[in-house]
Design a protein. Sequence first.
Length: 444
Amino acid sequence: MSDPDGAMDRRTFLGKSAALTVGGAALASTALSYSRISGANDRISLCHIGNGSRGEDLDWIVSKVAATHNVETSAVCDLWKLNREKAVATNAKYSGRAPRAFQYFEEVLALKDIDAVIISTPEHSHSPILKMAVEAGKDAYVEKPMGNVLAEVKAARDAVRKSDRIVQVGTQHRSEVYPRAAHDLVQTGVLGEVSKVEIVWNYHGPRWRGREETKLIRESDTDWRKWLLTKPHRPFDPQVYCEFRLYKEFSSGIPDQWMSHAIDMVHWFLKDSFPHSVTAHGGIFAWPDGRQNADTFQALLEYPKGFLVSYSTSFGNDSPSFTRYMGKKATLTNIGGEGSPRYQLTEEKGNHEDDSDIDKDRASKYVLLPGEKGLPPMGIDDRTLEHMANWFECMRSRHQPHCTVQDGLAHSVANMMAAESYWTGRKQYWDAGSETFSDRQPAG
């Protein structure tokens, strides 16, 4: 076991998770309903659409579970020539056979021999491409957020519901072993009535600014108009192309990238998926480098079950990160930032006003896997295997995966309400009947 206060060695962590992943695959392979994929021995043929930095991670993840799930990345697709060429070389190294390369996703969706697509394009194109993919008969794995334009996210959700396609949304922590153990503990009612969730995730650095790709991209090597997709035309800008998370027309930045994971976990743990209201504030206080989106951001979300979620991120300071689920009986603390496997349960007993040393009398324990004695780390990276494996298993069983399009809609709605509140300065309310939000509280 590594130092309990440090990050776990990747080989050690993957050894634990891979054992559970392979075990899950063995169970899934006995399922009777296979739909278009007619047998456990049939190879799943993938095309990966969007081969940038996150795309590289996903290619690596697929390569680690491809053999046990009988999957092959048969094609790659990216508008930018450099990304396509890198993706061909990378996947050839992983599988020993070079995938076909396409510039336009429409070409891929017309292919009869492609069973499924992975969508890791810039986030403004997630929902439009997902909608077209399922309408073309493809199963899909779509990166988070599922979208950031409400009409587009709902249209994608509706298209999936009308189809028989299996879609996994890429909030991967739902499939990881420690969050699943913590989730199951919460479902026992051990926390009692939860009134507040506090989430603080910090990072010291000009996140998403200064990417090397910005110096390499040339308009002649891509298709700028197609990259814009549903957005109005504007002159080619290499910074917007490669650092799109800093520009509000394409991303909300912190909500789309970080809060999407955090709020998805809250929805999953507490079984309340759409906020009643959201208010947000923040600004560019640390990195005035031409970005439009905030580098310091805070949102308050109220949920119908009767609890408040406080979400906060600063890119100007790396103070310790945490998430706390605060109930009348106990507190569940996730120690560390996004993806931390370390959860601690502490009983709620007494108060500091009556006893300043009450913390000493509050029993606590860590959430551990069966047979585990050492503490899990306080952080891992985004290259965990379980979520992709779950998608492959569900493609064969035709069961719903861990993060459905309804879950994707829910985290997207929370993000969009927070972004709208930030930009307008007005509190936003969700109308569940019409599935819309505005600054007016719905009647009733």
